[in-house]
Design a protein around this ligand. Structure first.
Ligand SMILES: *Cc1c(COP(=O)(O)O)cnc(C)c1O
Length: 395
């Protein structure tokens, strides 16, 4: 192993630090762990023939999710994007509305807005949380919007800003106090994109439970997986009922008649996927402990490396450490691709943050504020191998 001395390059020092944290690899970015009742529950599904839209695991998964997150109702759906689509629709987002989202997010956040016929309006991030900068958002709303009949109207476009979607980046909770206050003061609904933050807490309360609704994802690369899947979280019984109705083709209950009372969606989570989810949720405390242990190993390994630091959970928050994240110091942007190249060549799968939403051709004309921090972060963030299996913990 090379020394951490000044004569080695930053990419070499990053490779050495990763190796000292997780061994010699090779390591993918994120792979699931199936060490509990996954086989058992899946077999039960197959044996019962209830693999699709009917079966007991969907109800159980919803109950288990509600209990784990401390929310009154969870509605399981086919993926996290569908969860966001329906949550936005139920928050009243309509054609020609605008929805404020971070520029630094996975494309699903922006896509879900467009599925409602609305336009994403891009917001800057803060370095501390990687998520929406609530103070900057408040200043921006003061400058650029006015209240008309209790609605927040974008003065430049004349469109209503109906909702804001805080996203808890890589599992780190955003400044929810600041954000909820600003949204409240400007009459904007809050729908949390908690796709990345199952097991993350803001001031002791689970993320995704603060807004009108929150959404989760159980894609294969998330903290727990159902193969593909998602959920809508809410404390509002009527919203939960409507979410269930909309995601199951809006069919009226009847012994034999197929009658639907609005345009619905086939967004239901199959029983087979829910069975996997029930088993995964039982493992979640151990997976979270592993991810924390992995963070501590990276943190120790990178402490002596000048020019980079690990992104740690914000104060008074508990992150799930879904994706372990290295942040290059300001001024080190030119090192990013060299670090990506060296680490991937060494067998450690690392990835840059997403291309920012306004840098995608189809979103380039979206309204946006100054995005200087998001732009800087996106050139400096690198996700490291993050699988729970890299630091196993048995609870
Ligand atoms: C994963 C993810 C989603 C939802 O993704 P699906 O693959 O549709 O489950 C939404 N937003 C963010 C930020 C995500 O990371």
């Amino acid at each position: 192993m090379k020394s951490g001395g000044l004569l080695t390059t930053l990419p070499d020092r990053v490779v050495d630090a990763i190796r000292s944290a997780i061994g010699s690899g090779p390591s993918v970015l994120h792979e699931p762990t199936f060490s509990g009742n996954e086989w058992l529950y899946l077999k039960e599904c197959l044996d019962s023939t209830f693999v699709s839209s009917v079966g007991k695991f969907v109800d159980r998964f919803e109950d288990d999710l509600a209990r784990f997150t401390g929310v009154k109702h969870a509605v399981a759906v086919v993926n996290g994007t569908a969860a966001l689509h329906i949550a936005l629709k139920l928050a009243g987002v309509k054609a020609d509305d605008e929805v404020m989202i971070p520029a630094l997010t996975f494309v699903a956040t922006a896509n879900a807005v467009t599925y409602c016929g609305a336009t994403p309006h891009l917001v800057d991030s803060e370095v501390r949380t990687l998520g929406i900068d609530a103070d900057k958002l408040r200043d921006y709303l003061r400058e650029h919007t006015e209240q008309r009949a209790g609605q927040c109207v974008n003065r430049a476009t004349g469109r209503v800003i109906r909702a804001v979607i805080p996203m808890h980046t890589f599992g780190h909770p955003v400044d929810l106090d600041g954000l909820l206050a600003a949204a409240h003061d400007y009459n904007i609904a809050v729908v949390e994109d908690a796709a990345e933050s199952l097991g993350s807490y803001y001031h002791g309360r689970h993320t995704g439970t603060f807004g009108l609704m929150g959404t989760l994802s159980f894609n294969g690369n998330k903290t727990i997986t159902t193969g593909g899947g998602g959920a809508i979280l809410t404390d509002d019984a009527a919203l939960a009922r409507h979410a269930k109705h909309l995601t199951t083709t809006a069919k009226l209950p009847h012994a034999w008649e197929y009658r639907h009372d609005e345009i619905g969606y086939n967004y239901r989570l199959p029983n087979l996927n829910a069975a996997l989810g029930c088993a995964q949720l039982e493992q979640l405390p151990a997976l979270l402990a592993s991810k924390r242990k992995l963070f501590e190993r990276y943190q120790a390994a990178f402490a002596p490396v000048v020019g980079v630091r690990m992104v740690a959970e914000p104060e008074a928050c508990r992150s799930n450490y879904w994706l372990q994240t290295l942040l290059l110091a300001a001024g080190q942007e030119s090192q990013r691709d060299l670090v990506l190249k060296a680490t991937n060549a060494a067998g450690f799968m690392t990835r840059p943050a997403w291309v920012l939403m306004h840098e995608l051709a189809h979103f380039k004309d979206c309204p946006c504020m100054d995005l200087a921090v998001a732009e800087s972060l996106s050139r400096r963030l690198i996700n490291l191998p993050s699988s729970a299996g890299l630091a196993p913990v048995a609870l």
